[in-house]
Design a protein around this ligand. Sequence first.
Ligand code: HEC
Ligand code: HEC
Ligand code: HEC
Ligand code: HEC
Ligand code: HEC
Length: 330
Amino acid sequence: MPSAVIFRLVALLLGMTGVWSVRNSGGTARRRSWLPLAVASICCAILASFAIAAVGEGEAPAEPFHDSSGSAAAPPSRSEKQADAKPSGANSADKPAPRKLTAPKNWPPGHPLPNVASNCVACHLTAGRELTAAVEHFVRSVHDLNGLTCYDCHGGNRDDDARAHEEDFDFIGTKLSAHLKTCSECHDGEAERLAAGPHHWDFSKRINTQYPTCVDCHGNHDIGNPPAEFKLTDMCLDCHHKLDKDYPRIASVVKHGDQLAAVLRDVQKRNIALDDPVPEAFREPLAKLRTDTMNVMHGAKEIPAEKARDLNDRADKIRTGLANWLKSTN
Ligand code: HEC
Ligand code: HEC
Ligand code: HEC
Ligand code: HEC
Ligand code: HEC
């Protein structure tokens, strides 16, 4: 493949430029270590060229599709990308045929089955204990409502059950750092917003106990439909013992958010069988509020009093509206 040769030459040239620039850079701290750096940069260049050649024509970098303003084109599902990248595997480019889903005996009465009848769901539904609990929690999460399934986060083989958990098919199991990277690929705008603030983290580092991660605040399987006992305030308090005193305005936004979430949970319970459990009239203000709250919370800075008042008033208005709706449809 001639393009691979060109890539390799260009990369080699880049490597040489790297040596040259390191050698000629003035900083004393740098100069001492020019040799390993130079060797490393040549190695990287060569490795990179092989990697590019292996992928083929070299894919264009992904366009951000979900910016922090919340306007979004549909994010490509991970499985679509995977299907493109694995021409020789068992995964076909077409959507896999839906499987037959059978609820297990102890499935909560009236609880729907997931929207996408993937092989993962079909087997995990009856696999028992935490393997089934994952499915139960996933049902009616925001990702279930939007037609995603297990392999969109976990990877894995979508056709061949015997190879469902193989790394060759990008299965990442329960590795947290890999999951955070996956969340951030689909939600790049939100992830960048978080990375720019004091809660920044580097998911290439394996262990992070200092900063809250996506799943600390959002959960994993039940995102958008968390359990009744979850309060975001408690999560903040784990690290900021005096949240109220130190950041009273952002603390008030977290509190009003928790109050709204409690009512939303009842609405979701009431409408659990619907494609979108939230009554139409509330969807748009709720989506706008969510985006504005995200900007504040991912930014993790104390905010002006006006800003807090605006967010809290909007949260209260939606909350009382939904509470009245619940009463009127009782
Ligand atoms: C034929 C049944 C079957 C299928 C299909 C299946 N799983 Fe599993 N899965 C299991 C069983 C059994 C376990 C527990 C034992 C094990 O790890 O093999 C498990 C474990 C897991 C775990 C926990 C692994 C860990 O390290 O703790 C994850 C995550 C998971 N499966 C995700 C998936 C995803 C994603 C798919 C679809 C691509 C899938 N599974 C398909 C049966 C299945
Ligand atoms: C939005 C992303 C996402 C989706 C979708 C998802 N998972 Fe997970 N899953 C995670 C994360 C994150 C973890 C926990 C990683 C950690 O904390 O170490 C996890 C953990 C698990 C575990 C280990 C036990 C547990 O509950 O912690 C199993 C089993 C599992 N998932 C199965 C599934 C199945 C089956 C589906 C589809 C019904 C699914 N997951 C859908 C993100 C996801
Ligand atoms: C394959 C792409 C994909 C992956 C991976 C993914 N998401 Fe999502 N997520 C979506 C889509 C699609 C929606 C619904 C439309 C929207 O809000 O963008 C969504 C919505 C959300 C929302 C909005 C919640 C609400 O109530 O509306 C949150 C929060 C979220 N995801 C967090 C996460 C986290 C945390 C992870 C990783 C554990 C993750 N997502 C992994 C695609 C993805
Ligand atoms: C796992 C621990 C952890 C959790 C949980 C956590 N934070 Fe933080 N937070 C930090 C760390 C660490 C910093 C950075 C402190 C520093 O730079 O001095 C920080 C910084 C902040 C700041 C900026 C402080 C400043 O001096 O400007 C605010 C505001 C904040 N967090 C609010 C929150 C809120 C609200 C929550 C809950 C939604 C939360 N945090 C949850 C660890 C945490
Ligand atoms: C300190 C807590 C915290 C952390 C850490 C955090 N989020 Fe959020 N996020 C929020 C809050 C609060 C909101 C607004 C209310 C809601 O949707 O729950 C939000 C909103 C969102 C939304 C909805 C945005 C919209 O416009 O509808 C997405 C998507 C999201 N977060 C993804 C992520 C991802 C991905 C990560 C990790 C890279 C992450 N979040 C980390 C607290 C957090």
